[in-house]
Design a binder for this molecule. Structure first.
Ligand code: SF4
Length: 389
């Protein structure tokens, strides 16, 4: 249980210490420290944070932006909400350091529309930090100016994708774009832009104040640090848990009081459904996907209903821009409904599995590339229950 006890985000924190340390360094030194820490984005994709900052820092021009992606919409995920409500000063400090590191004077928090009730907390924190000279003009007498505005989303899941988020902020439909150019080259208002997840930003003040080596003492070599997990489903103790990366699923299940679980969805709806035979595997960027949510299914759950639920979500949330995702999710859901009625042949199920491969390789953004994961993993692990009902 060693990997369960150590905490970062739920540990000690003193506001402004990390920022002060950052301002005592040159921007490229701050970027280097974050690169050395091995921190990878906690929003799902797991891109190295320091590298993303370096790309933006190297872009020419005075006008750059940093955006905190607070559009938490993955089913079963509620860990960013906890950070925004209980530790808003940490989110803002991380965003301010990100701004300093890449040369941005303006930051934004793109807040999920359904989280509008957190808006007053964030606004109050911004005002308070300005009074403490930790935000605004000439921060800590360093000569660095940085301000933050909050933008509200309108409820689309796809706006959690960074380009869709930027398009929404630019005043257009929230739809993903083809890459390149990447947001670090041409993002908000066509200027270099870094988009970081809420949890990712919360680690930044610690990395600056305690150092990259300290951060690397948590987790594993390729998956440094801790991770927040929103854990729900058929368990005794649902909630948000901070665990070291590399923790096994079995350790997690014991901690949350899961009695005889049949399956676990890791990494949210776009993650994978894990069966008992794999509960001893680690959760990390090299193992089971470390997305924000873990949903536990007890022995009496009908896995076809679980699958139908996920697919209904993707059909609803696909932006419809590209055919593999728009039509593919619809066809997968239709297949599940045929299976429910006992009208789906094994041959057609095989065709649907081929369709999943097409969706994964040819969809335009992460939504269509990952939405078949639930179909593939549930079919693979619960074939008898699903096909021969
Ligand atoms: S993959 Fe889906 S969500 Fe992404 S652009 Fe295509 S239709 Fe839209």
């Amino acid at each position: 249980m060693k990997q369960i006890k150590k905490k970062i985000l739920f540990g000690e924190y003193v506001s402004g210490v990390g920022l002060k340390k950052a301002l005592s360094k040159k921007p490229d030194e701050v970027v280097e420290e974050v690169k050395k820490s091995g921190l990878r984005g906690r929003g799902g994709a797991g891109f190295p944070t320091g590298l993303k900052w370096e790309f933006a820092l190297k872009e020419k021009g005075d006008e750059k932006y940093v955006i905190c992606n607070a559009d938490e919409g993955e089913p079963g995920t509620f860990k960013d909400r906890k950070l925004l409500m209980e530790q808003p000063e940490k989110v803002i400090e991380g965003l301010t350091i990100a701004g300093y590191a890449i040369g941005a004077k303006q930051g934004y928090i793109y807040l999920r529309g359904e989280y509008i009730y957190i808006l007053p907390t964030l606004e109050k924190t911004i005002e308070q930090l300005k009074k403490e000279n930790l935000l605004g003009k000439n921060i800590l007498d360093s000569g660095f100016d940085f301000d933050i505005e909050i933008r509200l989303g309108a409820g689309a899941y796809v706006c959690g994708e960074e380009f869709a988020l930027i398009e929404s902020m630019n005043g257009y439909r929230g739809e993903p774009r083809n890459k390149p150019p990447f947001p670090t080259q041409k993002g908000f208002r066509d200027k270099p832009t870094v988009v970081n997840n809420v949890e990712t930003l919360c680690f930044i003040p610690y990395i600056l104040s305690k150092g990259a080596e300290w951060f690397k003492s948590f987790g594993t070599e390729g998956s440094t640090g801790t991770k927040l997990f929103s854990i729900s489903g058929d368990i005794e103790h649902p909630g948000v848990y901070e665990l070291e990366l590399g923790v096994t699923l079995n350790e997690v299940l014991e901690l949350v009081g899961a009695r005889n679980p049949k399956a676990v969805q890791v990494g949210g709806a776009s993650g994978i459904c894990v069966a008992k035979k794999d509960f001893d595997k680690p959760i990390s960027f090299q193992g089971l996907p470390p997305g924000g949510s873990i949903i536990v299914f007890g022995e009496n759950r009908d896995m076809l209903k679980v699958l139908k639920n996920f697919l209904e979500f993707f059909v609803e949330e696909s932006c419809g821009q590209c055919t593999p995702c728009r039509e593919g999710n619809y066809r997968l859901l239709e297949g599940v409904e045929m299976l429910e009625k006992g009208e789906c042949s094994v041959r057609y199920v095989r065709e649907l599995l081929t369709l999943c491969d097409v969706m994964k390789t040819s969809s335009k953004c992460g939504l269509g590339q990952t939405s078949p994961n639930c179909f593939l993993s549930i079919l693979e692990n619960f074939k008898d229950e699903i096909i021969y009902r």
